[in-house]
Every structure is written in C-alpha cells, then in structure tokens.
Design a protein. Structure first.
Lengths: 381, 340
C-alpha cells in the first residue's frame, strides 16, 4: 500500500467547470416495483475519473440505482447514458460496466485466477494477454501467491480483493461497488479504503460506490449523493455535504448534529439573528440568507464546533448554559451530553488535549456553550 | 460404577427413566452415549449384514436335492457324528466352498464367456440403467431448474405434483402404463383415431417400454436432489457472470451446471443403482425378450430353484454396484469438504 499521495487527487473538480461533459448521465430515472417506488425521478451527472458515492440508509433506493446502471434492472422511466450511449435495452453482459457485489459473488468452483480471468475470457482476449493482465491485477491487490486457491480457502479481506480485481481487470468505463467494505473489520476497512483510492487514481476508472456508511463515503469520494426514499436529496463534495447540509435530514444523517429551532429576528446581508427559545438565547450567524423575517428555521451546529467552558458566562449571542448529564470517553475525544436550561439535550465533542483524569469538566457541572459565528448552518427545512 | 453414574446424573439433569437405562447400559459395559449411535449399527447388522452373509454363504454352496436346496457350508468327515458342534470339537469338520455358481455366470455351452445369458443380462441391465439415467437427467434437470426458479407458491405446487404419484402404488402405475402402451391401448387408439397411423405400433414388450417405465418411475429421484441443489444456488453468481460479459446460456453451462454437479451425481446414483437391479418394470413392460439381471435372478431362484446360482448372481450385482456407490460417496465427501 505504499504509494505517494496522488498530487491531483480531489483537485480536479469537473462538476464546477461549465463546459465539462458528464461521463455518466442519469436523467429523471424512476423505478417502480409494483406500487413501491424504489427510485423516484433521480437525475445525476458523474464525470470521468470521479469516485462518486451514493449514500443512504437501507431501502433508500441506492442499490436499485446501481443495479440499473449495471443493467440488472430496467428503469420504469428515464434514461441512463454512459459515455454518451443510451443504455436502454442493453443487457448487463453488453454494458461497459463491471460490478463488485456486496456478497462478492465469487465463483466457488473456480480458482482466484479463473475468477479474475473470467471476464476477459468472455471477451475472447488472447490468452497471453489474459495471463499478463491477470498477473498485473493480482499483483496490484497483492494476491499473486493465492492465484491457485479457491474462494473458500481465502479470508474475508482476500475475497474482497479478488472481487475487486475481477471487476477491475476488464478496465470498465464505470466500476460499480456495492457496499465494498461492508463485510470487513475496522482496521481492514481503513487499509482497503486507501487501497481503492490508490487503484482508482492509478487506473483513472470512474467509480460509483453504494454505501450506508458515511465515514466510508467521506473518505473515498470526490462527491457524494445523499439518497432518501428513492430521491437524491443533496449532491456535493464530502466537505460541502458535511459543512453545508441543505436539510435537517442530511445534517442528521451525515455525522451528528444539534438542531435548534427558532425564528429569524434580523436578516441582513452580512448576518442573521435567530431567536431560539429551545437554545435559551439568540444565535448570531455571520452570513445572510434571504428569507422572510419571522420565518421558522433551524440552526444546525456540529458537536465539535461547540466549546465548553466551566461555569456561567454571559454574552448576548451564541452563548447558552446547561448542566453536564453524561460524558462518554472515546480516547481521542470525549462526548459530553449537556442538558440545557430549556430542557433540550445537546451533544458536544471535545478533543482530549490533556489526560482524562485531569479533565476540568465533570458530571453535573454547570457549563457554558459557545461557538464561532460562522459555525451554525441555517436550514429552512 | 454407581458413583460414576451419580456424578453423571448430577452434571446433567435427566429423566429418572433415562438414568436407569443408563445404569443398565453401564452394567452391560456400554457407554450410554455409544448406545445412541449403536441403534443404526444394530439395524444395519440385523437387516443388511446378516442377510448379506447368508446370501454370500449360499452363493458358495452347490445345488442339492435337499431342504434347503443347497449343500451345507460345514461338512463333517465322519458321517457317524450327527451334531455339527460335536464334529467341530472332534476336529473332523471341513469347510465346503464351491465357486461353481460364480463360474456358471460366465460359462455356457458353446458360448464365449462374454456372451453367456447372465453376462448379457448384466450388460443389458447396465446399458438400460445408464441410458435411463441419461434420459432422467435430460428430462429432470430442466424440471428441477424450473421448479427451483419459480415463485415459492408455484414451487410448492410443482413439488407436490412431483411427489403425488408416490401416493399411488408403484405396481398400479406400471399396470397403467400397460394400458397406455398396449396395441389396443390409449396411445395407439388415439393415434389411429387421429389418422397418424393405420395399424397399432407395438410398444409393449419392447425395450422402449422398459425405458418408458424406468424413466417414469425414477424421474422424481433425479429431480429431488437436483432441485435441492439448484434451489440453494446463489443467483448473484449468474448476475456476476452476466456483468463480466457472459451470456445467459453460456453462464448456465459454466456456472450453474458445474455448481449443480453434486446434485447431478446424487440424482444419477439414485436412478442408476436401483435401475440396474430392476425386476418389476422389465417383467411387466419388457416381456419375455428383455433380458435383465433382475428378471434372470428371479427365474433362477423360482423356476430353476438354484439358490446358489441366484445368490451368486445377487452378489455379482452388488459388486457391480459398489463402484458407483463408492463414486457417489466420494463426491458427497468432497462436497462436505468444500463445505459451507
């Protein structure tokens, strides 16, 4: 896994360039199973060389969307284009896509080598070239010494790499990965995440990953599409999704968040003032939104963006008081559960800069919560 | 001993009855745990091993005009001694083994050994069983595949239809085939009425009728293991094959068929083994010109009343079948090893 950091990684942002031609175009795709709408009018552009993640809970339609790209399902309505070609009616075996299945779906009666070469053999690639490419790809995923083994003789992580190699070896235009790291333990996941990123960078193949794990999506992706109930609710870079979620739902799904309900008191171009009885005070945000005064909004505040200070402090804005109701020590950081005077519970994370035994804040302490004026995100829904 | 039992009783709470059974077994020197696995062994010894040894013994005897009609295994040199046991004690006993019945299988006046009645009967049995197995496989595989891939409600209905014929007596079903196949039977009448043929086809008492009977009777034994295998197959493997550029028909031959091999082997064995020794079907549908070993065996036993020859034939059938049975077990073990 020794690889220098790819220089241009995450630096090319074709989705911001006005003239850029999307490589994969999903246009108003809907998929119904009987009365159930699995995917509801989804449109999506993915650019060449991207690693795009579809993130969502189970049953949100992300796997169905992936299966439509692979050709296992036909859209009820809408169009899918890959490299400009309309995919309607093209069976899976004729599509320029390869998929890494969640269950890996390795052929149990074939060796690792036979599994990996299977796709190339279907394309009638000359055997010398097959051998060459299989050797290269097995080298890349570090499975050369296991080439003659059968899948049941491999560990979970090795099987996962065989599945990846088998999907990669044909160098498809689009590689689809269904929960690629789902079955791996934490350490292996982290290692494999970086491995996938390196391989993606090396081969320049466009990846589309389906996952329910926001951490996985954040680390891997150039962009994330957050899905809920068959619809894409937000598309953006991991940073955009995390720092500027566009709904409460996205904010809540990605990481954890404290939401304060309130009403707008002042809405100027350079600031917004929100009166939130739930927070027990006023919230000042240093950027404007355009909405009617008195409108109901939510201020979303990430736990790590709040500072905890012992004792009662008084400041006009962005300063609320409460009592520590719980502390979860996580090693690198601690999570504090604070009961505000209004009764609302707030989560705050603080890095453990000093040793835990010397922590200043203990159970049932009175504390003041403060934050920077640019930290909250104002959500209208 | 009783101390040991009470420790056992203390460790595991058992019904008092079971405890006393355990005590009895212990008193007999048998571990209660062993007793459980002993049951199938006792069964096998009583109903397979002992009858087999009796048949084996008779096969080495000679035909005799006596009751039972074969020469005894143990012969006493001194005709004065009436009791075999006394003879044994006196040391005058000798074991009389004759291979005459086995030699009889491969010798017939004026014929080479490979062309005797019994060798032809064996050969014909094996060939018939072999082609019946192939036919069952060709018909049964698509059926098992169709059932395994249908929705669960349809699947239950179809399985029911496969099993339903077993509710009728096997003999009645074979007689029903006679009614279908004979010259004035349903099939011939229907074909004549339709004007396809002028005179009835003679289907009864032919090899064709034997095939019909065997394939019809043994088809469920092919379908059931195949279905069990195909039903548990992971269908994402076929999606993976398609995804990698393999068309459905090819995927069937390179993925589905190899993975269903244990089912194919199991089904084939379940058809082949009983078909080799089949008696009723060739007897009722095959008529006098179908030479199969099951029928010859019955003839030798009941008409010639040559028990040793019949037993020798039976032992030879058994040896003939040991090869496929061993093969079957080999595959079963291999599947168990590949396991999961």
């Amino acid at each position: 896994m020794a690889a220098e950091t790819p220089a241009h990684y995450h630096t090319n942002t074709p989705w911001n360039e006005p003239g850029a031609e999307p490589y994969i175009r999903v246009e108003n795709v809907t998929k119904k199973f009987g009365d159930f709408v699995a995917v509801n009018d989804v449109s999506l552009n993915v650019y060449r060389g991207e690693l795009f993640s579809l993130l969502g809970g189970s049953g949100c339609g992300k796997t169905t969307l992936l299966r439509m790209l692979a050709g296992f399902e036909e859209p009820t309505s809408g169009k899918i284009y890959i490299d400009g070609v309309d995919m309607a009616g093209i069976p899976p075996y004729a599509r320029p896509t390869n998929m890494m299945f969640q269950s890996y779906a390795l052929f149990p009666h074939m060796t690792v080598e036979a599994n990996v070469s299977f796709g190339l053999k279907q394309d009638k690639v000359p055997s010398a070239e097959i051998n060459n490419r299989v050797r290269q790809i097995l080298d890349m995923v570090q499975l050369t010494q296991f080439a003659k083994r059968k899948p049941h003789q491999l560990s979970g992580g090795q099987r996962q790499r065989v599945a990846l190699a088998r999907a990669l070896v044909k160098a498809p235009k689009l590689l689809l990965l269904d929960e690629p790291l789902g079955a791996l333990d934490k350490k292996l996941r982290e290692a494999t995440q970086f491995e996938i990123m390196n391989i993606q960078d090396k081969l320049g193949i466009t990846f589309m990953v389906v996952t329910h794990d926001q951490e996985e999506a954040m680390t891997l992706s150039t962009r994330i599409g957050v899905m809920n109930q068959g619809q894409i609710v937000q598309i953006g870079t991991p940073q955009e999704i995390y720092e500027y979620p566009n709904t409460k739902q996205v904010a809540d799904f990605i990481g954890s968040v404290n939401l304060f309900e309130g009403r707008i008191v002042e809405d100027e171009s350079d600031h917004v003032l929100i009166d939130s009885p739930e927070a027990g005070g006023r919230i000042y945000v240093d950027h404007g939104i355009s909405s009617a005064p008195g409108a109901k909004v939510w201020a979303a505040l990430r736990p790590e963006k709040i500072q905890l200070v012992k004792g009662d402090r008084g400041e006009p804005y962005n300063c609320i008081k409460g009592t520590v109701k719980g502390i979860a020590y996580m090693g690198n950081l601690s999570v504090y559960l604070i009961a505000l005077d209004s009764g609302k519970e707030v989560k705050v994370t603080m890095p453990n800069q000093v040793r835990a035994a010397e922590q200043m804040i203990g159970w049932d302490d009175r504390v003041t919560l403060t934050w920077h004026a640019n930290s909250p995100v104002i959500l209208l829904s | 001993m009783s101390n040991d039992a009470s420790i056992q009783g203390g460790r595991l709470r058992r019904a008092p009855g079971a405890q006393s059974i355990g005590r009895v077994l212990r008193a007999l020197g048998v571990q209660p745990r062993l007793a459980v696995i002993l049951i199938p062994y006792v069964w096998l010894v009583l109903f397979f091993m002992i009858p087999f040894l009796i048949v084996l013994k008779i096969s080495f005897a000679e035909l005799a005009i006596a009751q039972p009609p074969y020469s005894p295994l143990l012969v006493c040199a001194d005709p004065e001694i009436s009791s075999t046991w006394l003879c044994f004690v006196e040391g005058k006993i000798s074991v009389h083994l004759s291979t005459k019945s086995y030699v009889g299988i491969v010798s017939e006046y004026g014929k080479p050994f490979y062309d005797t009645l019994y060798v032809r009967a064996y050969w014909n049995s094996v060939v018939t069983a072999f082609f019946s197995t192939i036919l069952c496989l060709l018909i049964g595989y698509p059926m098992a595949y169709g059932i395994a891939r249908s929705s669960s409600t349809v699947r239950n209905l179809l399985m029911m239809m496969i099993i339903l014929p077993f509710w009728t007596s096997f003999l009645i079903r074979i007689y029903a085939w006679m009614g279908l196949l004979k010259d004035s039977g349903v099939i011939n009448n229907a074909l004549i009425w339709l004007g396809v043929i002028d005179s009835p086809l003679s289907m009864m008492n032919t090899q064709f009728a034997v095939y019909v009977g065997i394939v019809y009777s043994y088809l469920p034994f092919m379908i059931l293991p195949l279905y069990a295998n195909l039903e548990k197959m992971d269908l994402t493997l076929l999606e993976a094959a398609a995804d990698l550029g393999c068309k459905p028909l090819k995927a069937f031959f390179v993925i589905t068929v190899p993975l269903s091999l244990p089912g194919i082997v199991a089904g084939s064995m379940l058809v082949f083994i009983p078909a080799v020794g089949e008696y009723v079907i060739p007897e009722l549908l095959g008529g006098s010109n179908t030479v199969m070993i099951g029928r010859e065996l019955v003839n030798v036993f009941y008409q010639n009343r040559d028990w040793p020859a019949a037993c020798a034939l039976a032992i030879a059938v058994l040896i003939l079948l040991v090869v496929p049975i061993t093969l079957y077990q080999y595959y079963q073990n291999k599947e168990a090893e590949a396991g999961k």
